[in-house]
Design a protein around this ligand. Sequence first.
Ligand code: F6R
Length: 236
Amino acid sequence: MNVMHVESYEQMSRIAANIIWAQIVLKPECVLGLATGSTPVGIYKRLVELHRNGELDFSRATTVNLDEYCGLDGGHPQSYRFFMNRQLFDHVNIEKARTHMPDGVAADPQTECRRYDVLIQSLGGIDLQLLGIGHNGHIGFNEPGAEFCIPTHVVELTPSTIKANSRFFASDEEVPKRAITMGMGAIMAARKVVLAVSGADKRDILEKALYGPVTPQIPASLLQLHPDLTVVCCVG
Ligand code: F6R
């Protein structure tokens, strides 16, 4: 595991974007696993800049996102599809058909979960997975629990996650209570994992995840066992 402590959010964003840039340059037809939330906004901004400068070509890349809220379609401003389009996909030369997310409004969420795992397998797995971490140690929406959940699955969001995500909604009540998330299997099978972490409020959970016991109570702790994990963090 390679842990880089950096000074600022901007530095974290530049370094994580550079790693993604290198991945695309080295393997233009790569599969990128992407995350949403506040943390990667600066990373996507930097990737858009690199693309605009003519230094980054997304035309052969494919993306798979970690998660999507149940009940929100891609036109909903708080859906993760909407977020990804606005932050990244609308501004770079990636075909939308090559940008994949779980379908939050699929008629049968369980079938959708199986479809998503088959899709990731059919793409040959993920070359580089970008992650953020929740205050409770979740990655994607793999919430703390009695065991690590391996396949893509429907998850009941914990009260702390609903609270944290309510900042994007008018009230807690509007935050969807369920989501579809990639499981720990596809994340751990990614050939490279980049965990970006920003803010002093994440310092304790990051410490526990990286140096504490590997436990499903802190899903991110499983990353200790990943053979190619880079952590880029500015946690004060
Ligand atoms: C979202 C996701 C989540 C976030 C985490 C941190 O796709 O995978 O695990 O990375 O909740 O969110 P922020 O970056 O908003 O603190």
